[in-house]
Structure formats: structure tokens, C-alpha cells
Ligand binder design. Structure first.
Ligand code: ADP
Ligand code: MG
Length: 261
């Protein structure tokens, strides 16, 4: 990488409830288990990643909003979590006004890029995007080296994806020529369900190598872990969800080694 600092991966899909936040937290934990220094940037006003990693709502004095507004630098906005090697920049509902507050800022699409592309102790920064192709998500895609898309195996999944890919092409032609696709990960997969299997087949046929070999199964432990303020890798270390996200972390590392080698 030519520029200093961490490799930045935006986790985005304009659909809600597809597993973005679950992937941000648990892929982050999986990468941290490999000894990488991981920072999760919560870019969703709902603040689910922050809550899921144990940062209480009334204990977020500095947030992603401050980072975007230029009122805090990365070090000041970052908090440790109880999981080793995993830190977070928390978000609050303030962030929901960012689209409007920043509209007159001529650098409005590049604010996050400016804040994250600095010398930092992190190997990798994951950005948990909100469920919209909003200015916030565009900031993430302009900041990122790569986009990782969680795709829930259901009927309309691929349609939404083509809109996201169109946005990627537009950004490549403009503010982020080097933006890559890290991959598409199928989430909440239940292979006993015929429709889900069909969607998986279609995705692999249409997207080829872009789809990670690793799939994330539906696993109730993944949905329970946030209320215990921990990644599933810690909450139930031997659950199928924990093993799936460990495998995804390993696959992401292996793919990247292949590309840089
Ligand atoms: P998004 O961030 O895209 O809106 P979430 O990660 O918050 O999606 O997931 C939506 C809901 O589905 C949450 O309640 C989450 O706990 C649950 N969930 C996500 N992935 C799984 C999974 N693999 N198995 C079971 N529940 C899951
Ligand atoms: Mg989310």
C-alpha cells in the first residue's frame, strides 16, 4: 500500500438486517485473534456495533461524528473493548444529522478518508455502514481500500447488490480509483432451505470468486452475543457462528496475502 496506515475495509449493503454489524464485530474479533490490531468504526447512527461491544450509550463522549466534523482525531475518538486487539470508534444518534450538517462542506465525501488515512497503530480498520447509500456510506467507500458486502441469502438479495456495484464503479471513476471488492459473504445461511441454496448458487454463478468460500450460518448465538456486549468468539467460543467468523477472517487474510504477493 502506498499510503501510510491501516488497510481499510467498508462493510456495506444498503439493505438493513443483512448482517453488516454482526460481521463487523465478529470478523473484527476473528482478525484480532490472529494478532492483528483491529479498529471498528461505527458509522451507523443506531450505534449497534458500539452497544454490541459494550460501550454504553451514555458513555460515548467522543464519536464518529466528531471524527467526521474534524473535532477529534482518530486517537481521541478510539476506545478499547474487552476483546484483546479490538478497539472501536463509537457512534450515537448525532450521526443521523451528519448528511445535513455536512452538506455545505465541499470535502463532504472525503471527511472519513482524511480522518482514517493517518499513521495509526492499526493493521486493519473495519467500517460498519448504515443501511442506506447515504453520504455516510459514501464516506466509507471513499475512505476504504476495499468493500466487503454481507449478503443475506434471500430472493431480492442480488438486485440490491447491482446498485451497490454501480456506486462502486462511479466512485472508481471519481474520488476513489483504487477501491476494490474484498468479497461478498453470504450470511444467515440455512442450507436446509431450498431458496437459500438457490440464492447461494446464483450468487456463486454470477459473482464467481468474489463470493467468499466461507458462509455464515444462521446461529442463535450470533444474535445473543450483542446483549452480552461481546463478540460471539468470546460469548460462545465454540459455537458455529464463532467458527464461521474465524474462518472468514482466515480467508480474508489468505486472499489478501495472495493479492499482495
Ligand atoms: P445489519 O447491520 O445489516 O442491519 P445485523 O448484523 O444487525 O444487520 O443483523 C440483523 C439481525 O440478525 C440482528 O438481530 C442479528 O443479531 C441477527 N443476525 C445476524 N447474523 C446472524 C446469523 N448468522 N445468525 C442468526 N442471527 C443473525
Ligand atoms: Mg447494522
Amino acid at each position: 500500500m502506498a499510503e501510510p496506515g491501516a488497510r481499510i475495509i467498508a462493510i456495506a449493503n444498503q439493505k438493513g438486517g443483512v448482517g453488516k454489524t454482526t460481521t463487523a464485530i465478529n470478523l473484527g474479533a476473528g482478525l484480532a485473534e490472529h494478532g492483528l490490531k483491529v479498529l471498528l468504526v461505527d458509522l451507523d447512527p443506531q450505534g449497534n456495533a458500539s452497544t454490541g461491544l459494550g460501550i454504553e450509550r451514555d458513555d460515548r463522549p467522543v464519536t464518529t461524528y466528531d471524527l467526521l466534523a474534524g473535532d477529534a482525531d482518530l486517537a481521541a475518538a478510539t476506545r478499547p473493548t474487552s476483546f484483546a486487539n479490538l478497539s472501536i470508534v463509537p457512534a450515537t444518534t448525532d450521526l443521523s444529522s451528519a448528511d445535513i450538517d455536512l452538506i455545505n462542506n465541499e470535502k463532504r465525501m472525503r471527511l472519513l478518508r482524511g480522518a482514517l488515512r493517518t499513521d495509526s497503530p492499526y493493521d486493519i480498520i473495519l467500517i460498519d455502514c448504515p443501511p442506506a447509500l447515504s453520504l455516510l456510506t459514501l464516506n466509507a467507500l471513499v475512505a476504504a481500500d476495499a468493500l466487503l458486502v454481507p449478503l443475506q441469502a434471500e430472493f431480492y438479495a442480488l438486485e440490491g447488490l447491482s446498485q451497490l456495484m454501480l456506486t462502486v464503479r462511479e466512485l472508481r471513476a471519481g474520488p476513489n480509483p483504487d477501491l476494490r471488492i474484498a468479497g461478498v459473504v453470504l450470511t444467515m445461511v440455512d442450507r436446509r432451505n431450498n431458496l437459500a441454496s438457490q440464492v447461494e448458487e446464483d450468487a456463486r454463478e454470477n459473482l464467481g470468486d468474489l463470493v467468499f468460500d466461507t458462509v455464515i450460518p444462521r446461529n442463535v448465538r450470533l444474535s445473543e452475543a450483542p446483549s452480552f456486549a461481546r463478540p460471539v468468539l468470546d460469548y460462545d467460543t465454540n459455537s458455529t457462528g464463532a467458527f464461521a467468523y474465524r474462518a472468514l477472517a482466515a480467508e480474508l487474510i489468505a486472499r489478501n496475502a495472495g493479492k499482495e504477493g
